[in-house]
Design a protein around this ligand. Sequence first.
Ligand code: P6P
Length: 331
Amino acid sequence: MTITTLGQFIIEKQQDFPFAKGELSRLLRDIGIASKIISREVNKAGLTQILGEYGSVNVQGEDVKKLDIIGNETFIWALSKGGEVCAMASEENDDIILLDGEYSKHGKYVICIDPLDGSSNIDVNVSIGTIFSIYRRVTEPGTLATHEDVLQAGNKLVAAGYIVYGTSTMLVYSTGKGVNGFTLDPSIGEFCLSHPDIQTPKDGKVYSINEGNAAEFPTGINNYLNWVKETDKATSRPYSARYIGSMVADFHRNLLKGGVFIYPPTTKSPNGKLRLMFECIPMSFIAEQAGGISTTGTHRVLDVEPTEVHQRVPVIMGSANMVNKVLEFMK
Ligand code: P6P
């Protein structure tokens, strides 16, 4: 048998996760269960006309929930059942979620999650994703967790990753020893190792940014965008714009093929749009673990000390040489 399932891989790599004793296995198992449920729901989303739109009552007489609500409830259910997690922060919830079940109170881990990022793309069949971060709690086990457990910088992460619900459903994660990708085989319901030891190219041909906001970009970003469009006699035009408006899909393509993803500050949103805890920290961890760079333009994203659960930061992330080129124009 040539496949390696996620569970088998974690056991093989057990020594890579210093806090193990099977805890990471159970944490990723719980995340895997939730993502398989969401993958099933996302893949039938196109049938909502039959099943009924959000807020309506479907033919079975059930209330139809938006997929991001289903996603959020599914992860909260899976992670509170699993007993490893004492607190969660979700992009869908204003404040942190304290899991105070008998097991959960003794859970050593905290999860920050964006259960369904880019969910506005579902109705037009564009790939979307789940993004997660795993921290160790810092307060006394057995006590109720606090904001201190959740608001931890990315340099304190013990693991992070994402699931992309695209042409196939893929789980990509790192525990700080490199990045590995697993593709869901629905016929056996297992995530199977498909992209071992992902290294993002140092250079790439793709830049991803919403140029519709160009009038509000800092000058340095617009100078980079002018440069990136120049044709150069010595080489054919080397770059392409690729931006699908779903961070996980844009990030995943650039991770594998090379590229830079930019969400800069704008006059309307001086800290950009993307959330530090739910999008920027976990994706920056993956980018760095794959050999890339991720910066706010002034600081390494993983060194930003969070102050608010939903705070936003600008982000320039991806292939090292491309990120450094953007930074050159921002000086
Ligand atoms: P804009 C989706 O809403 C999201 O949070 C990310 O997935 C995506 O990269 C970004 O916002 C798109 O934002 O302003 O370009 O539409």
